[in-house]
Design a protein around this ligand. Structure first.
Ligand code: BGC
Length: 268
C-alpha cells in the first residue's frame, strides 16, 4: 500500500467521455494523483489529444481510444486496448453522457433512446466490463486495498425532477439504483462502486444555458458560482483513492448546494 492514501501511483484508470468537461478534468486529476489513463472519446479526437497532453504534462502515461459506450462490442475493444497499452484497469470512471432536451409532446423516440443508450445502457456496459476485468486482474495489494474502483458520473438530476428533460432525468434516476444495486452485488469482492453527482458545472453540455441564463442558474446555487470541471475531478480522484476506502455504494454530490433547494430559504 502506498504511504500517502490519496495517491494513485502505479494504478491504471480508464475514463469514458474524457475528451472534454468532467471526464477530461477527472482524467487529469487522476493523473495528478499518479495514475496512467486511458482517455476514451467518441467524436472529439482533438479533445482527447488535449487530455492526453494534460496527463503527459503531469509525467503520467495516457492513450486515447475511440469507442461509443452504448455499443457492447466497442466497450470490449476499449478494455482490450487498455490491457494492451497498460494492463487491466484498477479504476474505471463511467462518465460519457449527453442531453437531448425536448418538451414531452415533442420528444422523439430518438431523443429518448439516444439519452438512455449513452447515459444508462452505456453505464451498464462499462460497469459490467469493469467488474469482469477487475476480477480477472486480481488484487494488487501493493497499489490499493480494493480490487477495483468504479465511479459513475451521475447528476443532481438523479433526485431533482427536470421538466423538458424527462429522458435525461430518467437516465440519471436509473443510474442511481444501477450504482447501488451493483455496489451491493460486488462489495464483498472488495470492489467499490460509487457515483459522483455534479450540479451545474461549466462544460459543453450546458454552454447555451450558461450563455443565455447564467443569472437564473446562479439563483439555484447557494455557493454562488458555477462549478469548474476540476471541482468534480478532484472529488473523483479522492473517491477512488484508499483515503476513501470505506466509501461503498454512495453518491457524492458536488453541486455548490443546489440540492439544498435554496428557493426554500425564508419560504415555504
Ligand atoms: C446537466 C446540466 C445542468 C446541471 C444542473 C447536469 O446534470 O447536464 O445541463 O446545468 O445538471 O441542472
Amino acid at each position: 500500500m502506498t504511504a500517502d492514501l490519496f495517491r494513485l501511483d502505479g494504478q491504471v484508470a480508464l475514463v469514458t467521455g474524457a475528451s472534454s468537461g468532467i471526464g477530461q478534468a477527472s482524467a487529469i486529476e487522476l493523473a495528478r494523483a499518479g495514475a496512467d489513463v486511458v482517455v476514451n472519446f467518441h467524436s472529439s479526437q482533438d479533445g482527447a489529444k488535449e487530455t492526453v497532453a494534460g496527463v503527459e504534462a503531469l509525467g503520467r502515461r495516457a492513450v486515447a481510444v475511440k469507442a461509443d459506450v452504448s455499443q457492447e462490442a466497442e466497450i470490449a475493444a476499449l478494455f482490450d486496448a487498455c490491457e494492451r497499452e497498460f494492463r487491466s484497469p484498477d479504476i474505471v470512471m463511467s462518465n460519457a453522457g449527453l442531453q437531448r432536451d425536448a418538451a414531452i409532446a415533442d420528444m422523439t423516440i430518438e431523443d429518448w433512446n439516444t439519452v438512455i443508450g449513452v447515459n444508462l445502457t452505456g453505464a451498464f456496459l462499462v460497469g459490467r466490463e469493469a467488474i469482469r476485468r477487475f476480477r480477472a486482474k486480481g488484487m494488487r495489494a501493493e497499489v490499493s486495498r480494493a480490487l477495483g474502483k468504479l465511479v459513475f458520473d451521475s447528476s443532481v438530476h438523479q433526485v431533482i425532477p427536470w421538466a423538458g428533460r424527462v429522458n435525461y432525468a430518467a437516465s440519471k434516476g436509473g443510474l442511481a439504483l444501477l450504482m447501488q444495486s451493483l455496489a451491493q452485488e460486488v462489495a464483498n469482492e472488495k470492489i467499490r462502486v460509487n457515483a459522483v453527482a455534479p450540479g451545474a458545472i461549466a462544460t459543453r453540455i450546458n454552454a447555451d444555458e450558461r450563455r443565455d441564463n447564467e443569472a437564473k442558474m446562479l439563483e439555484l446555487i447557494p455557493y454562488g458560482r458555477i462549478g469548474d470541471p476540476a471541482d468534480v475531478g478532484r472529488v473523483v480522484a479522492w473517491m477512488v483513492s484508499d483515503a476513501a476506502d470505506y466509501l461503498v455504494g454512495q453518491t457524492v454530490t458536488v453541486d455548490g448546494g443546489m440540492t439544498l433547494y435554496p428557493s426554500f430559504r425564508g419560504n415555504g
